[in-house]
Design a protein around this ligand. Structure first.
Ligand SMILES: Cc1ncc(COP(=O)(O)O)c(C=O)c1O
Length: 498
């Protein structure tokens, strides 16, 4: 049987699967009682029953142990705060960090800084000569500076007993999405006006990376025949890599979509993956409405600091990630906004079987971060002078302008053109502030543009990783300012060579 899932008895489903969040706060509260976004599934429930069975058949402690005495007056907390503050106060010349879990220790027993790339020494004060500019990964480290300036916004305290279990709280079955995080996600979308969440299901993932395949796998389960997974080049490389490595009997990677064909690829159903704005080009893209097949819209970059917000997107399946909003890529939080209940259940089922939910600690941190972002705009008197969208936008605007100026002097390289558009969030025209430069090598002999960059001491990501020609190379603009300065310096030298 192709479809192993799940809620086949509609009466059972009615009870197990809460309605999507509605406009009414009362209804929303009711939903949250059940965990409005994680639509429990029979498979999950049966696993829980199994767990319950194992537990009930194990020898039980007859009398409950008395509760632990209350912790001595906040000494545990002050020790934790002191450790965090000591680490945070350590000076690393602005080019490194000491965290509470930094393990490097000097001869005096004190922690030694973890240096950023291109810096060394116990305090990271020494620049490494001729250091290569690493412009490969999309690690959004540019936001570190923002959070360092506003430590009160991003800090959370997690006691040792914080949500230790698999379940988010007793009786919550397989609802992996903390209600507080769900509310913060909805508030953030409402604040920016970038997506419709009302009446939609939210599926949480360990990064949107997990949700890409969760969506593909689940959509394929809904189809009677083998699905063809496609993406129009240049596309985010993980679409192809994931589909090829995780493909099952139900779906396979099929390359680029055949837009001109009136029938679907090989007669099979089509699942199209599309990033809008695109990674690497930053273009807003849409699949033509007459195209057959289902579409997964990856809106990782549809936030005001990275692109103009022109409407609240309302696609059937939309992916978002904390990584490109606040920069906390390592926290691994992503979410899907899904219209179809059955699909949302299948995706939750996938997350359940794949990682048994999503880290509660990460959810707590994400909640704090998103709440603080929302608060910084809704309660400006209590907030920093600049919200993170304004901060990120200014930084990326300046970087893009610098890059355009450098390439404008070159006939050897060209870079993508991005339109200035009116942004409803900023309430004005918003000049381009993309996360990446998509650079083209114009000369006949420069068939491998990333090789050309490498010779100039710049590491970029070759076009082939985006299903494209190696005449293209992607350079990231999302890293720290020192990284960008190094990139700009190396590019200027390269361009000046003619
Ligand atoms: C278009 C796109 N989608 C998804 C992801 C993955 O994001 P996450 O950090 O949530 O896994 C990225 C990361 O760079 C991306 O560029």
């Amino acid at each position: 049987m192709k479809n192993p899932v799940i809620c086949t008895n509609s009466e059972v489903c009615e009870r197990l699967l809460p309605r999507p969040p509605s406009a009414s706060p009362q209804a929303r509260d009711d939903d949250r009682g059940w965990g409005s976004s994680l639509k429990t599934c029979a498979l999950c429930v049966s696993v829980l029953f199994n767990l319950a069975f194992w537990y009930s058949s194990a020898p039980q402690q007859v009398a409950l142990a008395p509760p632990a005495p209350a912790a001595a007056e906040s000494s545990w907390l002050s020790a934790a705060v002191q450790a965090a503050e000591t680490a945070a106060m350590r000076s690393c010349s602005g080019h490194g960090d000491v965290f509470i879990d930094t393990v490097l220790v000097g001869s005096d027993g004190a922690q030694i800084c973890e240096c950023h790339e291109c810096f060394t020494g116990p305090d990271c004060a020494v620049p490494i000569p001729d250091c290569a500019a690493d412009a490969d990964s999309g690690d959004p480290q540019l936001f570190e500076d923002y959070w360092r300036r506003h430590p009160e916004m991003g800090t959370v305290v997690t006691p040792g007993w914080y949500r230790m279990g698999y379940q988010i709280r007793d009786g919550q079955s397989m609802n992996f999405l903390n209600n507080a995080l769900e509310a913060a996600i909805q508030e953030l979308h409402a604040l920016t006006g970038n997506a419709v969440t009302e009446g939609r299901y939210i599926v949480l993932g360990t990064g949107s990376m997990q949700l890409i395949n969760a969506a593909v796998h689940s959509l394929a389960l809904q189809q009677p025949n083998v699905s063809n997974v496609v993406a129009l080049a240049p596309y985010y490389g993980a679409y192809e890599l994931q589909t090829k490595i995780f493909s099952t009997a139900n779906y396979r990677w099929a390359g680029e979509p055949e837009r001109s064909s009136s029938t679907s690829l090989n007669g099979g159903p089509v699942i199209e993956l599309i990033a809008s704005p695109n990674n690497p080009t930053a273009t807003i893209q849409e699949v033509p409405s007459n195209t057959s097949g289902v579409v997964v819209y990856d809106h990782a970059y549809y936030w005001p600091h990275l692109t103009a917000i022109t409407k609240a997107v309302d696609n059937d399946i939309m992916l978002f990630t904390l990584s490109k909003i606040t920069g906390h890529a390592g926290t691994r939080i992503g979410w899907a906004i899904v219209k179809d209940l059955d699909l949302s259940v299948k995706m939750m089922n996938y997350v359940f079987l794949n990682t048994l939910g999503v880290s509660h600690d990460s959810q707590l941190r994400a909640t704090q971060l998103l709440h603080s972002v929302v608060k910084s705009y809704t309660r400006p008197t209590m907030s920093p002078e600049k919200g993170i969208f304004h901060y990120g936008h200014e930084v990326l605007l300046a970087r893009w302008a610098r890059l355009e100026a450098i390439f404008s002097k070159s006939s050897r390289f060209s870079v993508q053109h991005i339109e200035t558009q009116h942004c409803s969030f900023f309430g004005k025209k918003s000049a381009p502030s993309p996360g990446y430069a998509w650079v083209y090598c114009e000369r006949d002999e420069d068939v491998d543009c990333s090789e050309v960059m490498l010779r100039a001491n710049i590491t970029g990501r070759a076009g082939m990783f985006f299903g494209s020609s190696n005449r293209y190379v992607r350079l990231t603009l999302l890293r720290r300012q020192t990284n960008f300065e190094n990139l700009a310096a190396h590019l200027s030298v390269l361009v000046s060579q003619g």
